[in-house]
Design a protein around this ligand. Structure first.
Ligand code: NDP
Ligand code: MG
Ligand code: MG
Length: 341
């Protein structure tokens, strides 16, 4: 059984006695900075020159500095810029300004696991990774709840890195739900696998193939959209509440029987072999290298694939249909660029 942590296992005063710099004010950065502040922590935000995020942070009453100045003031530096730019920021602005003994906090293990950031000895290196999008991390905290976190210590230079990590996890509200003990390696590899094989890659491809199969057979695109995309949320909600068993209990016997006999025909044993190959590329670093090399070249492959996805025939059908739903607010149906799992 995994080791779990709750509010009672952590001492909030540990992080309240530190000076924290949050680098980046995007999905996770804004949530961590605001939750820390509301938990009584001394926090400043580090952003680059001309940053589009500056105004948002200042409107919340947060102090915004350059990354270098924020790091100079702080004895805890939280790195919440996008994974693909973290090593540049680290090399150019964080490392040269890092106080002796300052701790580094990550929200995902990518750069440590694959060696893109190699902190000098003497710094605690910890991870507090919420298992949910940043906007939910903020909303849950504001509502008195929290999003579960996974917590890891890569380097315990001070001998007190776990106390710090748990105190930080408590301050952002994570331990109101639960913290799970992990390692940078386990978090990074399972996070990448989950989003690639199941949550983002697997589900998106499954929806697109389902839509293509129905529309190519002559069925109306609007009807196909409802069957293979819209209803997915209702099914996932049931799975989230009570596992696959609750979903099968709630649907008709016809649907349940079809699940048993056709699920393994669609997602057959070859899919599991494909998943193992994807996991292999994550473990070997091949995926990380491909992603980082593409990003460093200006992201040509990434941009091409993004455009191809946006042009899939299911997208315009969904855009038109969602306008007709009384219960979807325009802000929910807007495409939000740059959000990540
Ligand atoms: P975002 O893409 O939302 O981060 C954008 C922020 O980073 C903006 O404030 C942006 O500022 C700033 N930024 C971008 N480039 C630079 C730069 N060169 N120098 C300084 N600041 C810069 O990131 P996420 O919140 O999605 O991810 C942050 C970390 O959290 C990652 O490690 C990710 O894996 C992890 N994570 C993310 C989750 C999520 O929900 N998105 C879930 C769990 C973990 P500007 O306005 O200047 O562009
Ligand atoms: Mg049906
Ligand atoms: Mg992820």
């Amino acid at each position: 059984m995994a080791e779990l942590f709750y509010d009672d296992d952590a001492d909030l005063s540990v992080i309240q006695q530190r000076k924290v710099a949050v680098v980046g004010y995007g999905s996770q950065g804004h949530a961590h900075a605001l939750n820390l502040r509301d938990s009584g922590v001394d926090v400043r935000v580090g952003l680059r020159e001309g940053s589009a995020s500056r105004e948002k942070a200042e409107n919340e009453g947060l102090r915004v500095l350059s990354v270098a100045d924020a790091v100079k003031e702080a004895d805890v530096v939280v790195i919440l810029a996008p994974d693909q730019v973290q090593r540049h920021i680290y090399r150019e602005e964080i490392a040269p300004n890092l106080q002796d003994g300052a701790a580094l906090v990550f929200g995902h293990g990518f750069n440590i696991r694959f060696g893109y950031i190699e902190p000098a000895a003497g710094h605690d290196v910890v991870m507090v990774a919420p298992k949910g999008p940043g906007h939910l991390v903020r909303r849950e905290y504001a509502d008195g709840r929290g999003v579960p976190v996974i917590v890891a210590v890569e380097t315990d230079a001070s001998g007190k890195a776990w106390d710090l990590a748990l105190s930080y996890a408590k301050a952002i509200g994570g331990l109101r739900a639960a913290g799970i003990k992990t390692t940078f390696t386990e978090e990074t590899e399972t996070d990448l696998f989950g989003e690639q094989a199941v949550l983002c890659g697997g589900v998106s491809q499954l929806i697109q193939y389902g839509f293509e199969t129905l529309t190519e057979a002559g069925y109306q695109p609007e009807v196909a959209y409802f069957e293979v995309l819209h209803e997915l949320k209702l099914i996932v909600d049931l799975i989230y509440e009570g596992g696959i068993t609750k979903q099968r209990w709630s649907v008709s016997d016809t649907a349940e029987y079809g699940d048993y006999v056709s699920g393994p025909r669609v997602i057959d044993a070859r899919v599991k072999e494909n998943m193992k190959a994807v996991l292999g590329d994550i473990q070997s670093g091949a995926f990380a290298e491909r992603f980082i090399n593409d990003q460093d070249a200006g992201a040509p492959e990434f941009k091409e694939l993004r455009e191809k996805g946006q042009n899939h025939p299911i997208e315009p059908v969904g855009r038109e249909l969602r306008k007709l739903f009384a219960w979807v607010k325009p802000s929910d149906s807007d495409y939000v660029e740059g959000s990540a799992a």
